[in-house]
Design a protein around this ligand. Sequence first.
Ligand code: PLP
Length: 446
Amino acid sequence: SKTPLVAGLDTARSAGLFEAACKLIPGGVNSTARATWSGWSPYPLFVESGQGSRLTDVDGNEYIDYLLGLGPMLLGHRPPRVTQAVVDFIQSRGTVFALPTADEARLAEKIVAAVPSVEQVRLCNTGTEAVLYATRLARAFTKRNKIIRFEGMYHGFSDGVYWSKHPSIAKAGPDDRPVAVPQGPGMPKGVEENLLILPWNDPQALADAIAREGDSIAAVLTEPVMCNTGCILPRPGYLEAMRELTRERGIVLIFDEVITGFRLGLAGAQGRLGVTPDLSVFAKGIGGGFPVAAMGGRADIMALVANGTVSMAGTYSANGIAISAANAALDELATPGLYEKLDAVSDELRLGLGKVLSEAGLPAYVVGLGPLMQVWFAKEEIHNYRDAERRADQDIFRRWWQGMLERGVLFHPGAYENLFVSTAHTREDVAATLAAAKQVAADLAR
Ligand code: PLP
């Protein structure tokens, strides 16, 4: 760990803390996305603090932060309204009661008002839980077992869906009929029999699978915008085709809006793209940085939760911290003009980065929607996971990331992650980012 993370950046304290942490914490970190093998090699930055659009590491380096906690810090770090609401709640009322509070219904009302497809909603703590509940509910509602999910996506780490996230193509079967590849050992045998893995953005593959096995398929589970293999937009008509095909066969369409929800607008990706799922999952967008998630949708499906047929439990579900944070965050997000401004700043970044990279003559382009984007270093377009594996140059991405970090711009070192923009980011932040990008692009083009 004496090797610097990035040449030209003093991160000695991070190196030392990582070495010490590794003795006590396996891999030195508490999530795979922070591990050396996820790109934070030879060690991750250790954080001192965040404020607004900025993050400061333990060596005193300050960065413009597009990592944003991998999404939740939509209002920037330490958003005053959210922080205050949480502090007030825990000081004056408490945290966990195992009884409801009036605040939960107020939060549910805001979510239902924001997202037209959500008639009723249950709260929980993480995206993983919310997806687990949504798939269980879909199985109970349809009395069928199989779930269709797509290569390259991530829906949390529960056994039932932690498959075919980023499989080696060699092990993943033919392009049009992928086999389910577990994230690793430890997954119970047999789970994969209830999973059907498909390439994304391919309406024919979906139509064929549903024609073949429609009567045993409970749900199609998808991110409406693929955010876990970089950023990949749905091809025009794809989500609409998905909606049609599932409706015809009584298959529950689940949108995993853990990343896109409340980030691409109050009504999420579904509002922005105009396609209505049966069930939706929200998490990162709703808590202003605190752990809170939600699963909701059609009242006739949610009725199985209402009547106790399907259990959704959780000691910490709708705890005081989560609810006060989310209530404050959603109030803040309802500020008139907030998303327009967020989009304007984000567009400036996305278009600006695209221009800088193309002017440098690099085979690269930027894909995104509003405050969510990723740079692809590729000569051809990328529409699904295998395109990314075959076409994206991960080595250039790594050098791009290093150059940007050296110049004070932080995002995840993995090409399959995203750049996130918050409401705290300013046009000045974007200008500084583009100035750095210009230098890095010139170096890469050499
Ligand atoms: N679904 C998607 C699309 C995600 O990106 C993630 C996390 O990155 C999850 C689910 C899991 O959410 P959590 O980390 O809150 O369990």
